[in-house]
Design a protein around this ligand. Sequence first.
Ligand SMILES: [Mg+2]
Length: 415
Amino acid sequence: MIGLADCNNFFVSCERSINPDLENKAVVVLSNNDGCVVARSNEAKALGIRMGQPAFEIRELIEKQKVIALSGNHLLYRDISLRVHDIFRRYVPEAIDYSVDESFLDVSGIPVSSLEAIGKAIYSTCLQEMHIPVTIGFSHSKTLAKIATEFCKKNTIPVGILDADKDIEDIINSLPINDLWGIGRRTVKKLFLWGVRTIGDFARLDKNFVRKNLGINGERTWLEIHKTPCIELNHVNRTLQDSISETRTFPEDITDYDYIRARIVIYATDCARKLRMMRGKCKSIGVFLRTNPFHAQPKLIKPEGIIELRHPTSDTSEIVSAALIVLDEIFISRMPFKRAGVWLSEISADIPEVGSLFDNSKNLEEINRKKSLMRVLDNINSVIGNKKLGLASQIVKITRGHNDGYSSSFQAPQR
Ligand SMILES: [Mg+2]
């Protein structure tokens, strides 16, 4: 059997976890530029608000205070996501993170009779520790686990086990074909033409017909519904990017070393935070500067440099120090720069340090102490809002009074 743990209305649940006043109210979270709805509470769903609905269409509901609309706080969501995924891992041998709010649970070897208890333990721990409601479904394949979870959510059951053939048949006959995982909108249209309305209808199609008309992916889904697991997720490799970068154009040409130095600190800090979010560590840190291509100069000047560390790190202060060493190497005085950036590469998974025979324990203690410090930094930032807490070396920029998208988080210079 395989399980799927899926957080309910995840972004809204995250907002409620830090603001209990939102409980039992219609709440929606809007996309980055407040353009459209990306998450809805059950109360908002009951008002008929659709996923992806443009915000202006529900403006009246918002103005009449029937709906609370929030701008997304994705740092918070990411942080809660990591912790919820950690909770899943406490209860099963392996959990494969599928998305920000979903994990497949590998429960192979665990008797079916124990699954309900495992599911309930995950459910109540997520609720108690993180205030996040989760739905968990178990079945014979990932697709059937998805179906089990979907069914439970519709019926507000926290844990469901879809095992017996009769139960599978009943449930797939009750769910519309649009709810089938891995079947896109275009395929749904095709299936509609063939008279397929429910997942059960799809399962009753001939396998060869499915293969011929929907290809290998359609066939895989068909097999999964017939209890033959064949969809693999290599998610671990997908989460770790090859490199992370932060680059910005300055509001004007800048020759001032202090200003550029403060920018580099900010970009390096942001890169380090992203690195920790994907649980990686990096070995190389690069910095570049670039002059303005539109201003009269003999040619575009783009000094850059890379520093390679002896040991990979995800520590902000180490990454910032390394970036500043590179900056000092490449900075050209009196040269007007218009753009700068930091990038991290040679990224690998950050596996917890356990210490070897040759490590001295003081060193290990120091590494773990720094890691705790970074965790505290990330946690505070995710609760109080975007990047408010940082390194003191960022502060130089406040005295310059420039605004290129970062200064807004530092409104009080005295701070
Ligand atoms: Mg979800």
